[in-house]
Design a protein around this ligand. Structure first.
Ligand code: IPM
Ligand code: MN
Length: 368
């Protein structure tokens, strides 16, 4: 299979973990006879420095023509005092909107031998396996431009959704639940917000189309509590943009570290942008200690969702599992009796596993 992949390293540790993604994909290409070409472009703070804008036209153009996009992370203190339109985050929001990537899938599954790395009790997190389906191109993030009024003493942010924007993401939630354990939790704030009332109505209307899915509505504040007191009760959570942003960071504690969580941002036709849930971590940038697992697992999601390469995706996921099972971990995870490694070593271990795994498979199939 021949595919063109655009790499958007962005800022901070984004640059380091993108290198890991490239190494892993090169190994997959070699082992499975694919041809992946990589084309790197700027976004976020790096683009502001180089082009004076967080999302240059050339970047949008390249992403539009690519088969898939991998993004590291954006942001950093250097640009914190910039005006809103010149903040690195604008680049990320802009590319999500430009490619119409409305469905953000964030799977959260604890790795068995890392359960004790979570600050939560092992018996609470054990067995948790959920998927957050976050709406990504609407809501407060994209209201009529935020403004300051009254000499800067009052502010306005607008939360708006059209029926069709809600319908398409709710459909994604139902479909994901059908493919998993059949439980959809719709998270809203319908006791206060009009947008949530419409959201809840639409979920109720859609129920009939998905008779095999059980549906529950949970208010976002209660959902935040349940996520850490009883996470195993969840299968698929579908929710609007800001709630999904907050809940996915919260859910990351189930896995011991935000450095473990991948995400896929998809358009209707399967075009996608894949990025770790974590940010640019400026405090550890350039030190070679960042956890590349979230980025590497994001490449597995890319192979699965955009290229339909399930076997290849599975090899990457197995590689990560096996390296973690062997006790290797980066500094973000507190693992008793573990073996602390840096970004490069962790990546190499995963790459080596991919190569050895495939070689042994080939030997076995040749032999029998
Ligand atoms: C995320 C990030 C972004 C978001 C920021 C960097 C704009 O936190 O992908 O979760 O809020 O969506
Ligand atoms: Mn976030």
């Amino acid at each position: 299979m021949k595919k063109r992949i655009v790499l958007l390293p962005g800022d901070g540790i984004g640059k380091e973990v993108i290198d890991s993604a490239k190494d892993v994909l090169s190994a997959i290409a070699e082992e499975f006879n694919h041809s992946f070409s990589f084309d790197t472009h700027e976004i976020g703070g790096a683009a502001i420095d180089q082009y004076g804008t967080p999302l240059p036209e050339t970047t949008v153009e390249a992403c539009t023509q690519a088969d898939a996009v991998l993004l590291g992370a954006v942001g950093g203190p250097k640009w914190d005092n910039n005006p809103s339109h010149l903040r690195p985050e604008r680049g990320l929001l802009g590319i999500r909107k430009a490619l119409d990537l409305y469905a953000n899938l964030r799977p959260i599954k604890g790795f068995k031998n890392l359960l004790h790395a979570s600050p939560l009790k092992e018996e609470v997190v054990s067995g948790s396996d959920l998927l957050i389906v976050r709406e990504l191109t609407g809501g407060l993030y994209f209201g009529t431009p935020s403004e300051r009024r009254d000499n800067g003493n009052a502010v306005v942010d607008t939360l708006s959704y059209s029926r069709s924007e809600i319908e398409r993401i709710v459909d994604k939630g139902f479909q994901a639940a059908q493919q998993r354990r059949g439980l959809l939790t719709s998270v809203d704030k319908a006791n206060v917000l009009e947008s949530s009332k419409l959201w809840r109505e639409i979920v109720e209307e859609k129920k009939a189309q998905y008779p095999d899915v059980a549906v529950e509505h949970v208010l976002v504040d209660a959902a935040a509590m349940k996520l850490i007191t009883n996470p195993t009760q969840f299968d698929v959570i579908v929710t609007e943009n800001l709630f999904g942003d907050i809940l996915s960071d919260e859910a990351s504690v189930l896995t011991g570290s935000l450095g473990m969580l991948p995400s896929a941002s998809l358009r209707e036709d399967g075009v996608g942008l894949y990025e770790p849930v974590h940010g640019s971590a400026p405090d550890i940038a350039g030190k070679g200690v960042a956890n590349p697992v979230a980025m590497i697992l994001s490449t597995a999601l890319m192979l699965r969702y955009s290229f339909k390469l399930d076997d290849e995706a599975k090899v990457i996921e197995d590689a990560v599992q096996s390296v973690l099972d062997a006790g290797f971990h980066t500094a973000d995870l507190q693992v008793a009796d573990g073996r602390l490694v840096g970004t490069f070593e962790m990546t190499k271990l995963i790459v080596d596993y991919i190569k050895s795994q495939n070689a042994s498979k080939c030997i076995a199939s040749c032999y029998f």
